[in-house]
Design a protein around this ligand. Structure first.
Ligand code: SF4
Length: 490
């Protein structure tokens, strides 16, 4: 099926549910509304019930009606549940995450445990009841939520985490949809960007001081921050020292993702400035795959850089792998996993390949690609990791993914990536510095957050740094002023 039409009265929230759920059942399908197509679903609603009819070439194939609970208008969540049941009937299968299509299912389990004081088991059961998630996924979400609680509580309005973005890379990976700019040979882009970043760091340091905030975790991510030269890294960390790098920092992560950009000297500088978590991301340990996705390094380079990182004394290392790159067979993925586990990093993050707008793969193949793996394959990944004492600690889902669409961070106990947890749980404010680094201001009292957006690409950032930073500061201050009445963020 390439196209499907929903014949539905103009209710925007229904449209969103139709779009998200059909995409979950048939990834990549074109969804149209109120434009007849060979395959269509009609939705009729009265005050008492809602009826779904699926037709193929005008012939009725499936029909199902649901009673609407009396005295209540049908909300979009309930509509989504009914539509999900109907789609299960049409496609003769259910989905592991049931009617949940959001990227952060653990947040729901978190609310059940933290706000409604449910046990892990009760939270899992409630997810199964309300969203029809499988028992396996309900248990996973509930145990992740339970595991993250000690890292998040007690909540503190004055505590913030900081993300410094360096969206510059030495070459573009074929699967990458992130707005990352390729560095020029002379290094002018990096130099220019760093100068502007330092300006923003100064301005944000003033914000942190004036609002009496404490920086909890610091994450320098990319892109490829290790693309900066030794001298540039020194300047960057020197500017962060004091307000952002201080003795009370719970975690300080630096992404040295690509080994061809990471030297011993850079690592020594990072160590001297207190970085205590390094990300080194092979994505695959199979040479054929690395070549196919435009990664200009070998698996051996990864291992050598890993040894340097250990040698210099870093105690927490994360390594990312991606399921589905170059249509790898399960045994190829397990080869990568075994080679990475043999190194014994504290964290291993397993991503599902997502083919999104902006990537070379999307331009070549669209969203359509063969689903290569079974649920048992994903279970075997988890089992292998658990056998080596890597336990899942954070999870998010993505659209247009290979397989089950999850990205799961695994950690040896005591080495969970705290910034990752905070990002997913959304229980602490985040200040984003640099291009592509949006912030979030969390209001502890109301348990809600507001986003502070910024530009994504380095060129615009470099061309208009002062205006962009001023706008961001205004946004943070406007939220602070609003919250001041209730004492939040100030
Ligand atoms: S290193 Fe990361 S950000 Fe850079 S091109 Fe590759 S996937 Fe994209």
């Amino acid at each position: 099926m390439e196209q499907i039409a929903f014949m539905v009265a103009d209710r925007p929230s229904y449209r969103q549910a139709c779009f998200e759920l059909i995409e979950a059942f048939v990834p990549g399908v074109d969804v149209l509304f109120n434009e007849p197509r060979p395959f269509s679903i009609e939705i009729d609603q009265s005050s008492d019930d809602i009826t779904f009819r699926a037709r193929e070439y005008d012939e009725l194939q499936f029909i199902k009606s649901f009673k609407i609970p009396t005295g209540k208008p049908l909300d979009s969540e309930s509509f989504k549940g009914f539509l999900y049941d109907f789609l299960c009937m049409i496609f003769n299968r259910s989905l592991p995450w049931g009617s949940l299509t959001g990227i952060k299912p653990v947040k729901i389990a978190h609310q059940y445990i933290a706000k409604e004081a449910l046990s892990k088991e009760e939270a899992s059961k409630k997810m199964q009841r309300c969203y029809e998630v499988s028992e396996e996924k309900g248990n996973l979400a509930a145990s992740l939520a339970k595991r993250e609680l000690p890292f998040l509580y007690p909540l503190d309005q004055k505590r913030v985490s900081v993300y410094v973005g360096v969206p510059i890379c030495p070459a573009k990976c074929a699967y990458c949809s992130f707005v990352s700019t390729i560095a020029d040979k002379k290094g002018l882009l990096c130099e220019n960007y760093l100068n502007n970043l330092l300006y923003e760091i100064d301005m944000m340091a003033e914000l942190v001081s004036s609002q009496n905030l404490t920086v909890d975790t610091l994450y320098i991510g990319g892109g490829t921050p290790s693309i900066f030269s030794e001298k540039q890294i020194q300047r960057l960390l020197g500017a962060l020292k004091g307000t952002f790098i201080h003795p009370g920092l719970r975690e300080f992560t630096f992404e040295a993702g690509r080994p061809e950009t990471t030297t011993r000297e850079k690592l020594e500088i990072l160590k001297a400035y207190g970085v205590n978590r390094i990300c080194l991301n092979p994505q695959s340990m199979n040479q054929e795959t690395l070549d196919a996705v435009n990664r200009h390094h070998t698996a051996r380079d990864i291992e050598n850089t890993y040894r340097d990182i250990r040698d210099i004394g870093f105690r927490s290392i994360n390594m990312d792998l991606i399921v589905g790159l170059n249509q790898e067979k399960p045994e190829q993925f397990f080869h990568s996993l075994d080679r990475v586990m043999a190194l014994e990093p504290e964290n291993i993050t397993v991503h599902s390949l997502a083919i999104k707008k902006g990537s070379r793969m999307k331009a070549e193949n669209g969203h359509h690609f063969k689903q290569l793996y079974t649920d048992d394959f994903y279970r075997a990944i988890e089992k292998n990791l658990k056998n080596r004492n890597y336990l899942p600690y954070y999870l998010y889902r993505q659209k247009y993914t290979q397989g089950n669409g999850e990205n799961i961070g695994y950690a040896k106990p005591g080495y969970e990536g705290i910034y990752n947890l905070l990002m997913m749980a959304e229980k602490e404010s985040i200040i984003g510095i640099g291009a592509g680094s949006s912030g979030k201001v969390y209001d502890v009292d109301d348990d809600r957050f507001e986003k502070v957006f910024t530009v994504k690409d380095v060129k615009t950032y470099n061309d208009r740094t002062e205006t962009i930073v001023a706008r961001k500061l205004d946004a943070y201050e406007a939220i602070a002023a609003k919250e001041n009445k209730k004492r939040a963020f100030s």
